[in-house]
Design a protein around this ligand. Structure first.
Ligand SMILES: [Zn+2]
Length: 191
C-alpha cells in the first residue's frame, strides 16, 4: 500500500515541478517585456480592432492616439473614428448625438473607451486620466485637440491644469449659464 502511494506520488510531484517551471518562464517573459517598454509596467497597446477603427481618421489624430496609448495610466480602445453620414443620422435620431456637423464624418474625431482588464468601463474618473494622456501626446506632437467633456476649452494643449479640472471648469461654466453640461468623455476631435 505504502509503496503504491509512493510510486503514484512521484509522477504527480514531477508534474507540479514542471508546472512551476512553466510559471517561472512566463514571469521571466513578462519581465523582459516590461524592460522593452522602458520599465513602464503600465504600458498598453492598441488592439488590431482599435487600429482598424483608426482607418480613414486624420493622420495627426491617429498619431496622437498612438502616442497616448504609450503614456496612459488607464488602458483604452478606439470604438469609433470615421463615421458615415447615414450612421451619424442614426445617432442623431436616437439622441446619442446632437449634431449632423460631427467631426467624425470628416475623420477628425475619435471615441476612446476605458478598459479595466478586458472590460469597458464608463467610470468618468478613468476618462480624465485618458484625457491627460491625450493632452500630453497632443502637446508633444503639437496638435490642437478638443475634448468632449470640456467643450469650452478650445485646445487641451493650452489647459495648464489636469483634464479633470478642465471638465469641472466646463461643468461649472454651463451651470452658471443655467445650461446642462453635455459630457461626451470618450470623444476627442481636431480643432
Ligand atoms: Zn465622438
Amino acid at each position: 500500500m505504502l509503496r503504491e502511494l509512493k510510486s503514484s506520488t512521484k509522477p504527480v510531484m514531477g508534474v507540479l515541478h514542471s508546472l512551476d517551471q512553466e510559471v517561472k518562464t512566463k514571469r521571466e517573459i513578462s519581465k523582459s517585456t516590461e524592460v522593452k517598454a522602458e520599465g513602464n509596467s503600465m504600458s498598453f497597446k492598441l488592439s488590431e480592432r482599435s487600429l482598424g477603427r483608426l482607418d480613414g481618421v486624420d493622420e495627426k489624430l491617429v498619431k496622437v492616439v498612438k502616442r497616448a496609448i504609450e503614456l496612459t495610466k488607464v488602458d483604452f480602445g478606439v470604438t469609433e473614428g470615421l463615421r458615415t453620414i447615414e450612421r451619424q443620422q442614426e445617432l442623431v435620431n436616437s439622441g446619442a448625438s446632437q449634431t449632423m456637423a460631427s467631426k467624425h464624418i470628416e475623420g477628425k474625431a475619435v471615441d476612446l473607451v476605458a478598459y479595466v482588464g478586458d472590460r469597458v468601463s464608463w467610470e468618468l474618473n478613468l476618462y480624465d486620466d485618458i484625457a491627460d494622456a491625450v493632452k500630453q501626446a497632443a502637446k508633444e506632437l503639437d496638435v490642437a485637440v478638443r475634448w468632449g467633456a470640456a467643450w469650452n476649452v478650445n485646445n487641451i494643449c493650452e489647459w495648464t491644469g489636469s483634464m479633470e479640472s478642465a471638465m469641472n471648469h466646463y461643468i461649472d461654466t454651463r451651470r452658471s449659464q443655467g445650461r446642462r453640461p453635455f459630457i461626451d468623455a470618450p470623444h476627442f476631435e481636431l480643432v
